[in-house]
Design a protein around this ligand. Sequence first.
Ligand SMILES: [Zn+2]
Ligand SMILES: [Zn+2]
Length: 367
Amino acid sequence: MLITAALLVETGSDLEVVELELAPPRRDEVLVRLHASGICRSDLSLLDGMWPAPLPMVLGHEGAGVIEDVGEDVDPSRVGEYVVLTFTPACGRCRFCLQGRVNLCTEAARCMDDGVLRDGTTRLSLDGARVHHLALVSSFATHAVVPANAAIAVPAELDPARACLLGCGVMTGVVSVTRRANVRPGESVAVLGCGGVGLATVLGARLVSAHPIVAVEPVAPKRELALRLGATHAVDPASEDPVTAVRRIVPEGVDHAFEAFGSAAVAEQAFAATRTGGTTVLIGQPAMGVTVPLPVYELTQFEHDVLGTHIGGATPALEIPGLATLALAGKLDLAPLVTHRFSLGEIGEALETTRSGTAGRVVLQLA
Ligand SMILES: [Zn+2]
Ligand SMILES: [Zn+2]
């Protein structure tokens, strides 16, 4: 079938909205009519060539929609199911899947690196030439073919523009709090960087009744949004030293500091704002090769943990339905996160809005 998609032909150039051929789903795959796709910083990193990607490729990795067709060995009753897509479906066989660390699945990583589906081929093509999938999702398009277990059922009542965020940004932020850092009620939290993932980290901290929750962010509208979503304090790191400011609110340092900006300098600030025996969680993804010095004395003497995390350590098939349920119950306030909506034809403007560092998330409405 012919679909419309935003294609990355060459890094550093604009995405081209084109018609592509999408082959039918094969064994253990489904065809999804996409309703919405979030735009994540990682899409910009690929667009800018910060991370390697096989080209041409359809970007987008936060998708929500409806299953329209199923391949061999997939229950036909799944047609019509509302789903959120995940880029780390469990292969169920690799070391990490067997350990319950599905977010590190070797098979999903291989598909991501090669821009292919599990059988090593693509369903996308242009004039007979291969077009690559981004991370088994490729949601800047009207339709996608994905592994059947990468399409996670969610209640149909959830607005797709909110539901799609559960695929990456919201899940990453919330689950970094609930799983990776295992924040307990009453523990103190600082979130450094309040982009989409940082704001979701604030939501997660509120969900588990952390207190206080200090948002550190130089852009005023993002600080305001963080306060609206549950931060108890907001700090402008452009006007005062953020570590001093956090330690003025929590003198011994916070139990958990989350770096959600993606820079070495902010990672060092997060470390310095963390208390003895506390945890610094690195979520933000800088360019490849970025390093920070490791203060070994503090790590050993004060049992200071530094945790890296990829989508919060989530098992997406477990977390996405759970977060969707919380959202529908009014316990996870996703509405304020969706601040801009664009059509697929407006992808250029949508990407520029994301790049401008606007508060909240930019979402493509695809249906
Ligand atoms: Zn993402
Ligand atoms: Zn696996």
